[in-house]
Design a protein around this ligand. Structure first.
Ligand SMILES: CC(C)(COP(=O)(O)OP(=O)(O)OC[C@H]1O[C@@H](n2cnc3c(N)ncnc32)[C@H](O)[C@@H]1OP(=O)(O)O)[C@@H](O)C(=O)NCCC(=O)NCCS
Length: 239
């Protein structure tokens, strides 16, 4: 796919079955997989299933009618004292999600923005859409794993733990983790063997956003209104 910057703003809308084929294409364009060899990425059928079981947690970013970003979420039971330290593909039920409909936490299953559109505010708005859903459902927060995709650039100089500390302190810029920290996630435990990925050398880190509006006196809800967002155009930062 090549960038096709229409004049209208980029929209974030709830994912819908009509977008599922493009959503699978975006996975392949971003991760170097193919429809013949999807490996550990989501297929159209998986995306449609996610929309059925948790519509409030699925969003796409649209440039005109083109899907240029997406986020997938599920609900889980979770204790922050026990971070999830297993491979991502296990946590996400090999693509079909281990969604618990009345789970008190949201798990951020996947966020991806087409490489031509990164660092222009799209992924950040997708993260905010998730936070809004967590607020509307009165969840405790959002937990996820972050693949530290720029680690391989300095892996001969620092350990994964030193790298994450350097990202937190702003000495390193990581194409995933720095952006997630900017949006309010806090990194926690390292995850070895998180993804079969050369950029991160398989390293991930557990990340957590606590919902500041969670009200323990109020019920945790099963459903929330589906929302839409507009993103004013920004020029790409270098990254
Ligand atoms: C993670 C990802 C989805 C983020 O999407 P994105 O569109 O690039 O994110 P944004 O441009 O919204 O950046 C988020 C924040 O990071 C900051 N940021 C982005 N690029 C930056 C840069 N080059 N330098 C400094 N800060 C930057 C922005 O300030 C933004 O915060 P703001 O909206 O408050 O200004 C995207 O990088 C991606 O697709 N990564 C590869 C796929 C992947 O591995 N996903 C799994 C994630 S664990």
């Amino acid at each position: 796919m090549t960038a096709n910057h229409s004049r209208d703003a980029i929209l974030i809308v709830p994912s819908a079955p009509d977008y599922a084929a493009q959503m699978e294409d975006l996975m392949h364009a971003s991760y170097g997989t193919t429809r013949e060899h999807p490996d550990e990425v989501f297929t159209e059928a998986m995306f449609r299933h996610h929309m059925e079981i948790f519509p409030e947690g699925q969003f796409v970013a649209l440039d005109g009618d083109q899907v240029i970003g997406q986020t997938v979420s599920m609900r889980i039971r979770f204790d922050p004292a026990h971070p999830i330290l297993e491979p991502w593909w296990v946590t996400v039920g090999e693509g079909w999600l281990r969604h618990v409909p009345d789970g008190e936490w949201m798990y951020g299953v996947e966020s991806v923005v087409h490489p031509d559109y990164r660092s222009q505010g799209v992924g950040g708005k997708l993260m905010e859409a998730r936070f809004d859903t967590a607020r509307a459902l009165n969840l405790h927060g959002v937990v996820a794993g972050s693949a530290i995709i720029s680690y391989s650039q300095v892996a001969d100089q620092v350990s994964p733990a030193e790298y994450v500390q350097g990202v937190v302190e702003g000495r390193f810029f990581d194409g995933n983790l720095s952006k997630q920290i900017k949006k309010g996630f806090r990194p926690g435990a390292l995850i070895e063997g998180y993804l079969p990925d050369m950029d991160s050398l398989g390293w991930g880190v557990s990340i957590l956003w606590e919902n500041p509006d969670h009200d323990p006196a109020q019920p945790i809800l099963r459903h929330a209104p589906l929302r839409r967002y507009r993103i004013p155009r920004r020029s790409a930062a270098s990254s």
